[in-house]
Design a protein. Structure first.
Length: 243
């Protein structure tokens, strides 16, 4: 005679993983020991309900714009550098923020950029609409582009077109002599005078006085030609030479 054994499930603290087939599965406990309601989240993170806003500053709504006595929203003047987007629109970056990207930078529509032929890096003076609660500031009218009216800027030729630009010899002399000293400026005026629009190259061995010569040239231009905007870029220069 063949005897059949019947397996009985046991419940309790001594029940092991192989003690029976009808043992119930224990509930999933949370981080504090209690059961967690709802489906388990992947990676231990709970998803934010749909429609709930984040607390980050970038998602906060814009403040209400200021209105005048008639209840209208006045336009404000804004001066910035145009930064183009590959899709055709752009933003005006403010020099007060070191031209960094800010939520307060006004938006420039692509139709306006195409109408006036605006390019990357131009200085634009425009009238902007103040930011609303769900919309950032927006340019409504362009007053000035690189110091000229926007209608005149359309005729400005691009530097990318080599055939459109004609090289012109310098006609205005940049006088460097500022007195008896330094003699470097007077020697340059006599042997190698510089003019507006001219390029010059200084070739000399190390520690021969190239940096001092550049300083003398800069002082001469700044003193004799105050209308010239002087920019000096020192590439790979030692700090003690700059200061």
């Amino acid at each position: 005679m063949i005897k059949k054994k019947r397996f009985r499930s046991r419940s309790g603290p001594g029940a092991g993983p192989g003690s029976g087939f009808s043992s119930s599965r224990s509930s999933y406990s949370g981080s504090h020991g209690g059961p967690r309601s709802g489906p388990a989240q992947r990676g231990g993170r709970r998803r934010r309900p749909l429609g709930q806003s984040s607390n980050s500053p970038g998602n906060e709504p814009f403040p209400e714009p200021q209105v005048d006595e008639n209840g209208d929203i006045p336009l404000l003047e804004f001066v910035g550098i145009l930064e183009m987007h590959p899709n055709g629109y752009g933003f005006l970056r403010s020099p007060e923020n070191n031209y960094s990207r800010e939520r307060t930078d006004p938006f420039v529509p692509g139709t306006m950029i195409e109408k006036f032929g605006l390019r990357q890096g131009v200085k634009v003076t425009a009238m902007m609409q103040q930011a609303r609660r769900q919309q950032g500031p927006r340019v409504r009218e362009i007053l000035d582009v690189d110091g000229m009216p926007p209608d005149d800027y359309i005729n400005v030729k691009s530097f990318d077109d080599d055939k459109a630009l004609t090289p012109i010899n310098p006609e205005q002399w940049l006088k460097l002599e500022i007195g008896k000293t330094p003699l470097t400026n007077r020697v340059i005026d006599l042997l190698a005078p510089l003019g507006k629009g001219q390029r010059a190259l200084i070739v000399a061995p190390p520690r021969s006085g190239k940096t001092i010569m550049l300083q003398h040239i800069s002082h001469g231009i700044a003193q004799n030609h105050p209308d010239v905007h002087l920019l000096v870029l020192l590439v790979d220069e030692r700090p003690e030479e700059v200061t």
